[in-house]
Structures are given as C-alpha cells and as structure tokens.
Design a protein around this ligand. Structure first.
Ligand code: SAM
Ligand code: SF4
Length: 472
C-alpha cells in the first residue's frame, strides 16, 4: 500500500447536534488510506459534540494528529509536529482559548507513554482501536485536567460502537474508502502492524453493506475496500455464516449505483480460486490489483516470514492473468531487509522483469523497534540500500511508463470525478487507477464514459470523448 502524507483528512460536514456548542476540529493525517478513513470516522464520532472540521490548526479547539509508524523516524516526526502544535496551543491560551491536542494512530499505540513524557501538553493519546471512545476521552481530559491515554485493545469491536459513517454529502465525492478488515496475525519480520493495529478482525457483512448503500445513495460510484489483509476478510454474514471477500464483493455489486469495486491491500497467501474467478466474472471488480511481494528471493521471503516463494507468486500472477487478461498489478518492495545479498537483490530484479508491474511502491528497509528483523544480524548498510533502491526504481519506472504508453490509442471507461486543471477539462480515473482528463461538459462528472486515450503525460493520460456528439 502506498503511504503518503495527506494533510487534512476529508471529513464530511453535517449540521451539528443543536444542543452542542460549535467547536472547530482540525485533523492531520499521516499514512495509508486506512488512516484517512479513520480520520473521517473520528470526525463522525466528534460531530455530535459540535465539532466541525476546519482546514487550519490555528483556530481549532481540538487538533488530532493521526500518525503512521510503518517506517522512517516516525516518532521523531510526531514530536517535531507536536512542537509546532504546542506553540498554537500556547498562543490560543494567551487569548483565553482552550485547545485539546490528541495523538492518534500507530505511533500513539506504540509510543503512548513516551509521548506523554516528552510532550506533557498533549491531552489525549489513543490507539487505532479506541477512537469510538473519543467523546468520553474528551470529557475526561476536560474534567480531570490530566492527559488521557487509551492504547489497550478493547474487547468490544470499535465498529459496533461507532455512529453510522457519514456518507459524503457534498457533490464531487464519487469515490470512497470503506474499511472492512483490520489488524494482522501474519507477523512479517519487518512489520509493526500486528503490534499497533492488533489481531486480525473483520466487520460484519451487514455493517459493511449498510455503509456502502449509504455511500451509493449519496452519489459514490466507486468503493475501495480497505484492510491490512483485505483478502483475509471473514465477516459474519446476515445468515450467520462467515462470508469471504468474494461473497462480499458479489453482494456489493448488487447495490444500485455502485459501478466499481476495488480492494487493498491483499496478501498473496490469501488470494484464492474464488476471488481469482470473481475477477473474471464480476465486471464491477476493477482489473487492477495491489499484491505486495516485498522480495523476489526465496531466502529473504523466508526470513521475512511471508509464507510463499517467488515462484508461488509468479504462479499466482499467471492464474490471475489467465482469468483476467487485462488485469494490471501493483506491488510493494522492501530493499535491504537484514541478510539481503547482491544475489537476493538480483532475484528481486528478475521477479520484476518476469511479472511486469503497472505501478509499485518500493522502500528501503527501516528497522521498527520491537519487530524481529530490527535486532537481526547482517543489517544492510545504507549506501548499499540506496544503490539497490535506485536500480529497482529505475526498472519499475520503465515498466510503469510502458504500461501507460500502451494505453494510447485504446478506448477505456473513465469515471469522471471532477474538473480538470485547465478550463473546460474534466478528470477522472481509468479502471487501472490512471488519472485521465478530456475536454468535456461538467454534466459527465459522476458518470463512467468511454474515452479514447490520445496522449501520455508525466502523471496522467489525455484523451477525447469517444462519442463526442452524444455529449456535445
Ligand atoms: N499487509 C500488506 C502486505 O502484507 O503486503 C502490507 C501492509 S504495510 C502497512 C505497507 C507496506 O509498507 C508493506 O507492504 C511494506 O512494503 C512497507 N513496510 C512495512 N514495514 C516496513 C519496514 N519496516 N521498512 C520498510 N517498509 C516497510
Ligand atoms: Fe505487516 Fe505482514 Fe501483516 Fe502485511 S501481512 S500487515 S506486512 S505483518
């Protein structure tokens, strides 16, 4: 899954509870799509208390920093951001205004006590599994004047206690994320997720379908199902049996208005024949699959505890492409896992040449405190990691360019989601997630229409409406 820093989370607005005073909430979101989704849900939880989103921290009564711990100097980044927020809190205090600062997400989970020790002006520290309790935490922080820390893994499932997710109300939200599964039991050697997000658990089918229906009714046409191991989904179905992701995808495809379904992130071990067949038989399932492999060396895959070999991955890709010939793949790679030799790295390069990826995210291995690989011998020197990463990224970029170039001359369905950068342009996404823009009327926004791709630009594709006269 590509990690990115996303600024303010897209939190939808609604009239606040009439009895609650109006307060300003600013959420800063770091990390993956799941954090973006969580930030929106924290907004939902706080809305009945009168909290409305604002896009700057300077005027906010409450600031939430939703953090990511996956790599780099995550904790240091948090403390540096907190230093900035402290100044805002002090300035507002001098003006007689209170500011609640909350640190949420995976760094909060991993470093809760350390955060309170080093940043005593933080009012609330909460892990990813406890944000349904935010209103109570806000009340406790205000009452006691002491910091509140909630980083346990509660026995209750937060999704059972959250208010209904606010469906996007504003026009223009034609795509949405929907978290269906959380946590992980796979314990890859390098990864903090099992420690910060906890054990794997799935939401019930009914709650997922209800949320998806609300999204579709409000105009959403494309849903991306989210989970750390989304294809390990095993939610309780309305009939009391356990549904897997394939079963869920078929049910979602029945929802009027929903025309596109995506899911991320999948683990190769959890790709089964039924899901592969669904890619062939279910047109709503988009032909683009993020399937991280991390390494092409069996020795390193074993050290990583990934549970499959490089050839098993190749075979899986072969079966997927046999079922759905136009399926494109994206992946994640970790370069410089402890013990990685030149030979192991070359095996990764060979796997990339063999498979061919439309998109990929590649990272230098970053030791995560408390994970098995962090203390392993044979850590790879930084300069070696740098050189290998550069070589891999060059190859991946070439493959991505070739994939995008192969679109020129083809007609593809584009879901238009908004205006383009230039006057008269509208923009959207191809089934393979590529940004596409055309000159066309605004009324096509929210619709999926055929576009003939005429040019490839650096980060997008340009095209013309296939049936120009129909839309004139
Ligand atoms: N569950 C997914 C899987 O099994 O592939 C991955 C989820 S992880 C949150 C997202 C990506 O972050 C991983 O695929 C991996 O490439 C990268 N990542 C995780 N831990 C890392 C580490 N310690 N150093 C560098 N990259 C890391
Ligand atoms: Fe992390 Fe591995 Fe679980 Fe993915 S499968 S979340 S990489 S432990």
């Amino acid at each position: 899954m590509g990690l990115r820093q996303s600024g303010v989370a897209a939190i939808m607005t609604r009239t606040p509870d009439q009895t609650a005073p109006s307060r300003a909430l600013h959420v800063i979101t770091w990390g993956c799509q799941m954090n973006v989704y969580d930030s929106a849900r924290m907004g939902d939880v706080l809305r009945p208390l009168g909290y409305q989103p604002v896009d700057t921290p300077d005027t906010a009564d409450m600031i939430i920093l939703n953090t990511c711990h996956i790599r780099d100097r995550a904790a240091e980044k948090v403390f540096s951001e907190l230093g900035r927020l402290r100044l805002i809190k002090e300035t507002r205090k001098a003006e007689g205004q209170q500011t609640i600062i909350a640190v949420a997400g995976c760094v909060a989970q991993a470093e809760g006590q350390e955060i309170l020790a080093r940043a005593p002006y933080v009012d609330i520290v909460l892990g990813p599994q406890t944000y349904h309790r935010l209103p109570e935490m806000v009340a406790r922080a205000a009452r006691a004047g002491n910091a509140v820390i909630e980083t346990d893994f509660p026995t209750e499932q937060k999704f059972d206690f959250l208010p209904e997710a606010e469906a996007p109300q504003t026009p223009g939200n034609y795509t949405a994320f929907l978290t269906i599964q959380e946590g992980c039991d796979k314990f890859c050697s390098f990864c903090v997720v099992p420690y910060t997000r906890g054990a794997e658990s799935s939401r019930s089918v009914q709650s997922v379908l209800a949320e998806a229906r609300r999204m579709a009714q409000s105009g959403v046409r494309e849903i991306s199902l989210l989970g750390q191991n989304v294809n390990a989904y095993h939610g309780e179905g309305p009939d009391g049996t356990v549904w897997d992701l394939t079963h869920l995808a078929y049910a979602l495809a029945e929802i009027p208005g929903l025309s596109r379904i995506r899911y991320t992130t999948s683990h190769p071990r959890d790709m089964n024949d039924a899901l592969i067949a669904a890619h062939r038989d279910l047109p709503e399932l988009m032909p683009f699959l993020h399937l991280p492999v991390q390494s092409g060396s069996d020795r390193i895959l074993r050290a990583m505890n990934r549970g499959h070999t490089a050839d098993e991955y190749r075979d899986l890709v072969h079966r997927l492409r046999a079922a759905k010939p136009d399926l494109a793949l994206s992946s994640d790679f970790i370069i410089g896992h402890p013990g990685e030799t030149d030979e192991d790295f070359e095996a990764t390069m060979q796997l990339v040449r063999d498979v061919g990826f439309a998109l990929a995210y590649s990272f230098k291995y970053s030791p995560r405190p408390g994970t098995p690989a962090a203390g392993a011998p044979l850590q790879v020197p930084e300069d070696v990691k740098d050189a290998r990463l550069q070589a891999l990224q060059k190859l991946l970029r070439e493959q991505q360019d070739a994939f995008n170039a192969s679109m020129v001359g083809k007609t593809v369905p584009v879901l238009f989601t908004g205006k383009g950068r230039k006057p008269g342009q509208i923009a959207g996404r191809s089934p393979w997630l590529q940004p596409v823009h055309v000159i066309g009327p605004d009324r096509l926004i929210g619709q999926t229409v055929p576009v003939r791709i005429t040019e490839r630009l650096t980060n997008s594709l340009g095209g013309i409406l296939e049936e120009e006269n129909v839309y004139a």
